[in-house]
Ligand binder design. Structure first.
Ligand code: F6R
Length: 245
């Protein structure tokens, strides 16, 4: 694991965007694995700025997103498809025909998960996978469990995840209870993994996942085994491991 320490969220966003920008510049037809949630928003803003200043060209980039809520249409304003369009895709010159995300409206979980794994395989996996970290240590929506799940799967969101994501909805009851998520296998086969963690509410998960044992009870801990894993974390997210840096 390579640790890049950032001062705060803005600094973290700039540092993460620089790594993604280098990937796109060095391999213009790369595959980017992308995340939603609040952690990568600043990173996406930095990437948009780099595109606008002429430093980045997304025209040949393909993307595979981590996850989508089951039951939300791609035009629902809390769907992850909508999030990606409004936070990144609509603002850069990416061909949205090459942007992949699980279809939350397919009720046939087995079929949709198999389809999504086939999509990931067909593009050759991600060159760089961007991740956030759940306060409970989840990556994608791979929640703490007894075992790591390899393939794209349908998960029941834990109460703590529903609680954490309720801030994006009018009320907690509106948060979907299930999601389709890329499995640990696809995340681990990405050539490079970049995880951004910001804020004191991530400090325990950062400690458990990256400074403790590898266990499915802290799903992000599997990344300790990845040969090219970069953690960009700000001082608040690292506050519980200060003495180990
Ligand atoms: C999002 C995702 C999740 C989030 C995590 C952190 O696509 O897969 O794992 O990265 O829940 O969310 P934020 O960044 O909102 O704290």
């Amino acid at each position: 694991m390579r640790l890049i320490i950032a001062k705060d969220y803005q600094d973290l966003s700039r540092k993460a965007a620089n790594i993604i920008a280098a990937q796109v510049q060095l391999k213009p037809d790369c595959v980017l694995g992308l995340a939603t949630g609040s952690s990568p928003v600043g990173t996406y803003q930095e990437l948009i700025a780099k595109y606008q200043s002429g430093d980045l060209d997304f025209s040949k980039v393909t993307t595979v997103n981590l996850d989508e809520y089951v039951g939300l249409d791609k035009d629902h304003d809390q769907s992850y498809a909508y999030f990606m369009r409004t936070n990144l895709f609509d603002h850069v010159n990416i061909d949205q025909a090459n942007c992949n995300i699980p279809n939350g409206m397919d009720p046939d979980a087995e079929k949709e998960c198999a389809r999504y794994d086939a999509v990931i395989a067909s593009v050759g996996g991600a060159d760089l996978q961007l991740l956030g970290l759940g306060p409970n240590g989840h990556i994608g929506f791979n929640e703490p469990a007894e075992e790591f799940v390899k393939n794209t799967n349908k998960v029941t969101l834990t109460d703590s995840t529903i609680e954490a994501n309720a801030r994006f909805f009018e009320k907690k009851e509106d948060v979907p209870t299930h999601a389709y998520t890329m499995g640990i296998g696809a995340i681990m086969t990405a050539k490079r993994v970049l995880l951004v963690a910001s804020g004191a509410n991530k400090a325990q998960a950062v400690k458990d996942c990256f400074f403790g044992p590898i266990t499915p009870h802290a799903p992000g801990s599997i990344l300790q085994l990845h040969s090219d894993f970069i953690l960009v974390a700000d001082e608040a997210a690292l506050s519980l491991v200060k003495d180990q840096l």
